[in-house]
Design a binder for this molecule. Sequence first.
Ligand SMILES: *[C@@H]1O[C@H](CO)[C@@H](O)[C@H](O)[C@H]1NC(C)=O
Ligand SMILES: *[C@@H]1O[C@H](CO)[C@@H](O)[C@H](O)[C@H]1NC(C)=O
Length: 503
Amino acid sequence: MLDKVVLLCLLVHCARTEADLKNSQYVNDLRDTGRINKAPPQKIAIVGGGIGGSAASYFARQLFGNDVTIDLFEPEIICGRVATIQVAGRDYESGGAVIHGKNMYAKEIASTFGLDEAKELDLKTAFFDGKDYILETSTWWIVSMLKMIWTFGLDLLRLNWIETLFLNKFESVYNVQKNGHSFTTVRDLMVALGNETFVNAAEETSCSLFTKKGISQFTIDTLVSGGIRGNYGQTCGVNGFVGLVSMAGIQSNLWSVNGGNKLLCSKLIDHSDVTIIKERVKSVSRDGQAFTVASRKGAVRDYDLVVIATPINRDKSHIDVTAVCSSPSRCPNSVTDPRHYRKTVATFVKGKLNSALFKCESFTDCPGGILTSQNNLFYRSIGFHFPVDFDPAKDTVADGVYKVFSNESLTEEQLEMLFETYTEVAEKVWYAYPFYRPPDQLDSFIINNDGVFYTSPIEWAASAIEMSLISGKNAALMAFNNWFGITENIDSDFGDDETKAEL
Ligand SMILES: *[C@@H]1O[C@H](CO)[C@@H](O)[C@H](O)[C@H]1NC(C)=O
Ligand SMILES: *[C@@H]1O[C@H](CO)[C@@H](O)[C@H](O)[C@H]1NC(C)=O
């Protein structure tokens, strides 16, 4: 939507960066200079087969080579919160659904492994207050643009400017990781990318961040909050970094993978040569030099290095790592950590929107995306979605379904209020992303200095597919740099002045 104002990109130098999936240059240079002077680890465990764990598996394989054995523990489905659901015989994205055009790892994985972009039809987006539309876009982008400018005025330019600077700055992560740098804490990573601005953003609310940047209350209440409600199921009380990520997530420069975003994980795993162990991990402990991963089934296995790629949280995974924490006071603990993940119910409905409530007669007349601005509405957003293998040559809009996001399961009365008629309903309950309460903790990626790493703390800066890919790569680099003692690439300051200009 906003991205149609691409003009600004010409003014602020939109950096061109490539995402490096292999790090072969990095490894070869170290080899040539004799820095790799010990044997690689024999066994690595990756705990969790979501995006972060798939990425950690793949990047660990690239960095450590073919001699190391990698076990991936995943008791449920591969790709976790990036999943599809079947409704009336077709598959739809039920979790992490959109990827931004500047998410270079997702893009590079797709192009390396021959994944295409899913096809969709252009639909209108609307901001709805429960009774009336505050704004309804058009399928003609020029009409949409004029309507947006009419409604939001200069805020639209300001927001586009803020987002362009944000994405440009954020993009420096690809070069940093290409050069082999790893970061010990989320804070270190954020400082490396955005100096103090990203850290400060995570410490204040999005309401406050966007206000300070001169965005009006009206635009924050509708555009910014509507996006955050749709993307993160929360208010502008989420941290400012999440708000910046969310605003990128309502632009038009978005895509998803033909066949389902979960193919990102399966491709990474297919090319990682890992053994998948379908067991739930109970604890990690120490056995001399090795780390012992114990599963709930009672099996114990020893590893040189362990990467935990699932959130240790009361709402997510209950893995006991207390026996291996280098810093007991900062040890991830699913029992004592008071923080929560946000419950999100996704309801898939094959049907026709209530024409009286939504003031539209036919499918083509009704908006395909409805973002709400009122916290007391029982639904957060309603979007029309095409199946992941949508083919405009033979499929029609009749193959799409509505996806309603809400705090709780929808009752029959609520469904009947939203839909005039419906033939099929399916539901998926997620603990999808953190419940943000800034200042959010930008914690350590290291559980044990000798070799237990953790990807999930990045979600407290912002939870997104690309963030997990970045964190998976950071974990692999951290394991590598630690193992071979490449200390100059751990938390080093490598100043990239151009990308550190003030936001
Ligand atoms: C980073 O932030 C510090 C303190 O906020 C400031 O002194 C420094 O100039 C900044 N560096 C860059 C490159 O922006
Ligand atoms: C849904 O949860 C959000 C965040 O806790 C809250 O602000 C909102 O009022 C809730 N909505 C309803 C209808 O309960």
